[in-house]
Design a protein around this ligand. Structure first.
Ligand code: GLY
Ligand code: MN
Ligand code: MN
Length: 436
């Protein structure tokens, strides 16, 4: 763990908060999956960004300018009889050494100590809405303090969303974060190629999911960043298809949208390839339209360009291609303006990426699309989906194709973080033929 990185993040956030304010950031909670078993614990991304601490039952408090210490952690105490069952805890004492916080206390002391920290601060920055029970307790504490104003106690009168400041910081990735994102990307690329090599007609979609998860884990990434999508045939037209339960047929395409999470950082990659290893002519035609759209969109990732420009470019290439195939009829400008292309292009081309696969950060400033800046990471993921309906001719009906990469905005333009996985028709066929 790179302690100084987390210390720097807290300092930067506090600089933006200014004096007279306090931030209270709770860790994620353990969630029950079924009686006596829990979902694997995943730390809250905001809390992780500021601490690097991966336990539940913890709260970070930041008080810029506080003489006795600006960053205070509340976490579970070490108890051998508990650790024997659930593993080693950090404990407050080691929290100070290992996380670089100024002070740390047992989690059970939070309600005794927090009122004193809140007192005298004008503003409180909180993550309202994410943890309703915690919010309720915190608001009750504030309200209790406010009710004691006759005793001269000043309680925070202004509640501010922590996301205003914090999520903008999270949008610009440091070189440490980019190192982790490159690692996540390369594990994910290996996993996609493994699935392509393994694929055979007659196998189940879940067989490919197993290959993906195998490669994630072998690479050091215990969890996917989101549930793997393995959709063959018309299942590829279901955007969030995660059933992954059908047998794959020769002659069909299979769409895999999967990315691992490495040290809390996400990757998000989609490839679409033929189950048999060979594209049909019709599949090749539609695939090459999406690929051309994706390359045009990647080309538009450059500092100073609007966030929406890659999407606009991708839509134009896809609308032109759809007209050439006869799936759309009419003037391309009109088809775009009237949004008729949306029958086949159902989603946007990009989202931010980072600790969350759909990462935080504003996409617009007021009414205007935000400009891309170095350090931002976004996906480029155009897709075409021909509905599985009798309205459409057979070679295209039920065909779904998406191609997705993770792209870093650099000073000169961009870097495709997920460049290692094959993408052209020729390279996919070569790999799947065993000669790649
Ligand atoms: N895997 C979710 C997405 O591509 O946005
Ligand atoms: Mn995806
Ligand atoms: Mn995505």
């Amino acid at each position: 763990m790179n302690m100084s990185e987390f210390v720097k993040r807290r300092a930067k956030l506090m600089e933006h908060m200014g004096q007279g304010s306090i931030a209270v950031v709770p860790a994620a909670r353990v969630v029950i999956r079924s009686k006596d078993t829990e979902y694997p614990f995943r730390q809250n991304s905001d809390f992780y960004y500021l601490t690097g601490f991966v336990e539940a039952n913890a709260v970070l408090v930041l008080v810029p300018g506080r003489e006795k210490g600006e960053s205070i952690l509340f976490c579970e105490e070490r108890l051998l009889e508990v650790e024997q069952w659930t593993g080693e805890r950090m404990g407050p004492d080691r929290g100070v050494q290992m996380l670089g916080v100024d002070d740390a206390f047992p989690y059970s002391d939070l309600t005794d100590i927090l009122p004193g920290l809140l007192e005298g601060q004008a503003r409180i920055h909180v993550t309202l809405g994410e943890q309703p029970t915690f919010d309720k307790e915190l608001l009750a504490l504030i309200s209790e303090l406010q009710s004691r104003s006759v005793q001269g106690i000043v309680a925070p009168g202004e509640i501010v969303a922590l996301s205003h400041l914090l999520h903008d910081l999270r949008l610009y990735k440091s070189s440490h974060e980019l190192q982790l994102m490159r690692k996540a990307a390369s594990i994910t690329c290996r996993a996609h190629e493994r699935a392509m090599l393994f694929c055979q007609a007659g196998f189940n979609e879940s067989d490919l999911e197993a290959e993906l998860l195998h490669e994630f884990m072998r690479g050091g990434a215990r969890f996917p960043a989101y549930p793997c999508i393995v959709g063959s045939g018309a299942n590829a037209c279901v955007m969030h298809y995660t059933g992954n339960a059908d047998v794959m047929n020769t002659g069909d395409l299979v769409l895999i949208d999967a990315g691992c999470e490495y040290e809390h950082y996400a990757s998000d990659v989609t490839r679409t390839f033929p189950v048999s290893g060979r594209f049909t002519d019709a599949q090749k035609q539609l695939y090459n339209i999406v690929l051309a759209a994706q390359l045009a969109a990647i080309d538009a990732v450059h500092p100073g360009n609007a966030f929406d420009l890659p999407h606009t470019r991708a839509i134009r290439v896809m609308a032109e291609g759809l007209v050439e195939l006869g799936l759309l009829v009419g003037d391309v400008d009109h088809l775009i303006e009237s949004e008729q292309y949306k029958t086949f292009c159902v989603h946007k081309t990009s989202h931010w990426m980072g600790l969350d696969v759909h990462d935080v950060g504003d996409y617009r400033v007021g009414e205007v699309w935000r400009e891309l800046e170095p350090g931002m990471v976004l996906t480029i993921e155009p897709g075409l989906y021909v509905p599985d309906s009798a309205e459409y001719d057979l070679p295209w009906r039920g065909m779904g194709i998406r191609i997705e990469d993770d792209v870093l905005v650099t000073r000169q333009g961009h870097e495709v973080l997920t460049h290692q996985v094959v993408k052209t028709v020729e390279d996919i066929e070569l790999l799947m033929s065993g000669q790649g």
